[in-house]
Ligand binder design. Structure first.
Ligand code: ATP
Ligand code: MG
Length: 162
């Protein structure tokens, strides 16, 4: 059965705190797909996950033009990981993505974060964790987050226990 888990954040700090908690539950081979409207906070979320994984770079540029940016990080427990940060906004269908050899980043030692994954849903692995962010009417700082996918229950439980 597929479960959905919902969270509400009053401001950016709460969004970042949630992402930090998620990061501590991640392991290599995990793939996170961030979706939601323009400017809703997909990059805020992914940067917070990456910082929590120890990415030191002062600026984490948006990978919109490069499509993939690669980093070194550390998972909880202390083992090294690689991080692939992608933005599929400019991808032109699934053939394009396939040419980039994207699947390599879905296996250890990688943790893969994908913004605008809806551009090529068919390329995502079945274990992908979907993270959908939406605006909450009437409050410009408030966001709702929905976690879904076959692994969502596992992540939700890990976060609740940490
Ligand atoms: N609760 C919140 N969580 C996250 N961001 C928030 C929140 N409240 C306000 N913001 C603001 O919303 C903006 C989110 O920008 P961000 O670049 O992360 O969006 P995005 O979804 O990646 O956009 P794009 O689709 O253009 O890449 C930031 O300016 C941030 O300060
Ligand atoms: Mg973005």
């Amino acid at each position: 059965m597929h479960h959905k888990f919902e969270y509400v954040f009053a401001n950016e700090q709460e969004t970042i705190a949630w992402a930090t908690g998620l990061a501590s539950a991640l392991k290599t081979g995990d793939v996170l797909a961030f979706s939601g409207e323009l400017g809703v906070g997909k990059s805020v979320l992914s940067r917070a996950v990456m910082r929590a994984l120890g990415v030191q770079d002062e600026v984490i540029p948006s990978p919109t033009y490069a499509i993939i940016q690669e980093y070194h990080g550390v998972v909880s427990g202390g083992n090294a990981c690689r991080i692939a940060h992608m933005d599929w906004y400019r991808l032109d269908g699934e053939d394009d993505a396939d040419m980039l050899g994207i699947r390599e980043f879905f296996t250890p030692p990688w943790i893969c974060l994908i913004e605008w994954a809806e551009q090529a849903q068919g390329l995502l692995p079945s274990s992908v964790l979907h993270i959908h962010l939406s605006y909450v009417h009437g409050d410009i700082k408030k966001r709702q987050l929905c976690l879904s996918g076959i692994t969502a229950k596992h992540y939700a439980a890990s976060m609740a226990n940490s």
